[in-house]
Structure formats: C-alpha cells, structure tokens
Design a protein around this ligand. Structure first.
Ligand code: UT7
Length: 358
C-alpha cells in the first residue's frame, strides 16, 4: 500500500523574546491577566522575514529526514503573513534552500493552514503525483500587531515549523488515517487583517492590523476543533482512548483545556507550548510537533490527533499514525543571521505607526 509519512521535522524561532512585562510598557495589560486568561508568558519577534524563518526550519527538517533539497518535488508553505504577495513564500523558500526540482505554492487557511497543507501533501503523494513534499507552517504576525488593542496584541508571535512528507510502501496503514477540512466564509470579519491585500482605495492611509472578536472566536474554536476531532476519529475507526498525543493549534491555553474537556482527553495527552511562543498561527502545530518528538512524546506507531481553528473561519482535524522512526537521521547547522536588537526595538517601527495603548 502506498502511504505518506512524516520523515523529518524542524523548527525556527527567532531569538528576540517579547515578555509579558515588556508588553506592559506598550499596551494596557498585565503579566497576571495574560498568564491567567491565555497561558502565554512570552513570544518571539523576528528580525528577519517569514521566508527566512521558513528556510531555516526547512533545512532542519531536510536533515532530519536525510533528504537533499534537490529531492523535493513540492514545497507547500502554509501562511497568512507572506513577505510579499508575489512571489509566493514557497518559491522564496525554494530559492533559499536550493530545491531546484520542486514546485512551490502557498496555502492560506490562517491558523488551520498547516493541517490543510499536510493533507494536501498526503493526497499528492497517495495519488502518485509526488514522492517527497516539504510542508511549512510559518508566520511573521508581529508586523500586524496593534498595541492600542490589548485583546489581540498580547496573543501573537513569529516562528516557523516544517516537516518532510515522503511516500512509503507499507502492509498496515500509516500516516494520515483521516482528515477533515472546513470553512465558514460568512464569519470572515470576526478575525481578519483589513487592507492587508488589494481591498480599499489605493491611497488608503491605514496600515494592516489584526482585528478579532475574541469571545466568538474562542467559542467557535472549541466546538469546531472538538467536533471535527470526534468525526475524524470515527472515520478512522478509532476511539479517543486510542490517541497517544493531541497536537492542536496553540491559540489560548483555555481553548486547549476546554477542547480537552469536551473530548474527554486527559491533560497529559495534550501537548502545550503556548507559554513560550504565544499564537504563531499556521506555525504552532509544526513547531509543537517538532518539540513533541524532541521530548520523546511520540513513539513509533503512535496515534497523534491534530486539530486547528482560525480566521476564515477555517478548521481542520486529522488522525495520524506515526511511522517507524522518531529519531532524526541527521542535523543541520542552518541558523538565522545574528540579531542585536531587543524585541521592543524590533517593534519600534510598528509602534511609531500604530501607537501604544499606554
Ligand atoms: O488562532 C485562532 C484565533 N485566536 C483565538 O483563538 C483567540 C480566541 N480568543 C481568546 O483567546 C480570548 O477571547 C481573548 C484572550 C482574546 C480574550 O479573553 P477573554 O477572556 O475572552 O476576555 P474578554 O475579551 O471577555 O475581556 C475581559 C476583560 C475586558 O475588560 P472589561 O470590559 O471586563 O473591563 C477586556 O477589556 O479583559 C479585558 N482585557 C484585558 N485586560 C488586560 C482584554 N484584553 C486584555 C489584556 N490585558 N491584554
């Protein structure tokens, strides 16, 4: 049977840390509020572009899989914060890592993007169209933070994660056992970045900034992720007790707790790293996955449940049976160029335009 499995994984977090106490100096908030209402303690602010974060994460994933960049057939970058509208982030990554034989395209499903891209890679491989696909989830949302809005500016951060998905011949099914992708375009205005594309007058004075109806997004995130998870488990013929690890989009620790309660999942099976990185949108799941493997939380043959929810609205869930290997085949020396600025210094341009909330 031809299946598609993850054979390599990598991540790239920019070094500048924006702590909750840093945020207290630019928006009307407190470490206590952010910690108790979101679970976030700090997030990273990038000194380079999103495609640079993606390229480094990708080089780590390639080394982990023991795959050369020239062997890639396709690069999928899940993002909603591309460096440019043209060219795509995927072609920029292709150029940066030297994947001369790969096609590249971006996929925007906001915070659900990584599962959308992973299932696209899976289907490309299962049909026989492709053998080796690089899937990246990456964001640089710090450009769009608006410190006059304390209910969004404390949530988001920058980062990238990547996996290599490869064809494999197996006797028993491995890889994605079932997945569900969904959208509700009638709710688009509840989580959006107005004027971040071509809309509006050409001379519009506004710069893009994230806008969100947090309470409604919270409610829909919990119901969508838990309901879709229940359906994909049923489609795979599995029960919640069969799941070894749950890796969901990291938006708010209270969303994760509520989802776990609805699905009856014990806390030790939920992977949570939001305290360190905040919400990195499409990047949260591949970063979390790389860390879960590094921490020995995934075993050969283990069942991983993925779920995500984001702007659009979009949601996705997938059940994945891990392959035979949880160790990397190699390592990469790839790293970002040095950064000499603090997170607040990196945000100075943003703050000069948007202002602060203090
Ligand atoms: O990635 C997918 C998309 N994102 C999400 O999934 C995020 C979903 N939503 C959330 O995580 C939460 O709704 C938020 C974290 C955004 C907000 O938490 P909440 O518990 O829903 O708070 P709230 O909006 O109901 O606000 C409660 C109070 C308000 O004050 P008043 O009106 O009660 O006086 C807010 O003004 O908390 C205030 N508040 C803050 N206070 C200090 C809101 N943000 C802050 C803040 N610091 N950063």
């Amino acid at each position: 049977m031809r299946d598609a499995i993850i054979t390599g994984w990598g991540k790239c977090l920019p070094p500048a840390v924006l702590s909750n106490s840093d945020l207290e100096t630019v928006t009307d908030t407190s470490d206590e509020w952010i910690t108790t209402r979101t679970g976030i303690k700090e997030r990273r602010i990038s000194h380079v572009e999103m495609s640079d974060l993606s390229a480094v994460a990708s080089q780590h994933a390639l080394a982990s899989a023991g795959v050369a960049a020239e062997d890639l057939d396709l690069i999928l970058v899940a993002t909603c914060s591309s460096d440019r509208m043209i060219p795509s982030a995927a072609t920029m990554v292709q150029g940066k890592i030297g994947a001369i034989n790969a096609a590249g395209m971006d996929l925007n499903a906001a915070c659900s993007g990584f599962i959308f891209a992973l299932s696209t890679a899976d289907q490309m491989i299962k049909t026989g169209a492709m053998d080796t696909v690089l899937v990246v989830g990456a964001e640089k949302l710090s450009n769009w933070l608006d410190f006059t809005n304390r209910s969004t500016s404390v949530l988001f951060g920058d980062g990238a994660g990547a996996v290599i998905v490869q064809a494999t011949d197996t006797d028993s099914e491995v890889g994605l056992l079932a997945f569900e992708l969904g959208s509700d375009g009638t709710a688009g205005d509840l989580l959006c970045v107005p004027s971040s594309g071509t809309e509006g007058p050409a001379d519009r004075p506004e710069l893009p900034r994230i806008m969100m109806e947090g309470k409604e997004v919270f409610r829909r995130a919990v119901t969508s992720m838990s309901d879709a998870s229940t359906r994909v488990l049923a489609a795979a013929g599995l029960d919640i007790d069969d799941v070894d690890l749950v890796v969901t989009h990291q938006a708010n620790v209270r969303i994760l707790d509520a989802t776990a309660r609805r699905l009856n999942i014990p806390p030790e099976k939920m992977f949570v790293n939001i305290a360190a990185y905040g919400n990195t949108s499409a990047a949260t799941i591949p970063i979390a996955l790389a860390e879960a493997i590094e921490e020995g939380k995934i075993e050969p043959g283990g069942i991983v449940l993925f779920a995500a929810f984001g702007g659009g609205f979009t949601w996705a869930a997938a059940v994945y049976r891990w392959g035979p290997r949880v160790e990397s085949l190699g390592t990469s020396q790839a790293q970002l160029p040095p950064n000499h600025k603090t997170a607040l210094e990196l945000l100075a341009g943003n703050i000069a335009v948007h202002g602060t909330g203090v």
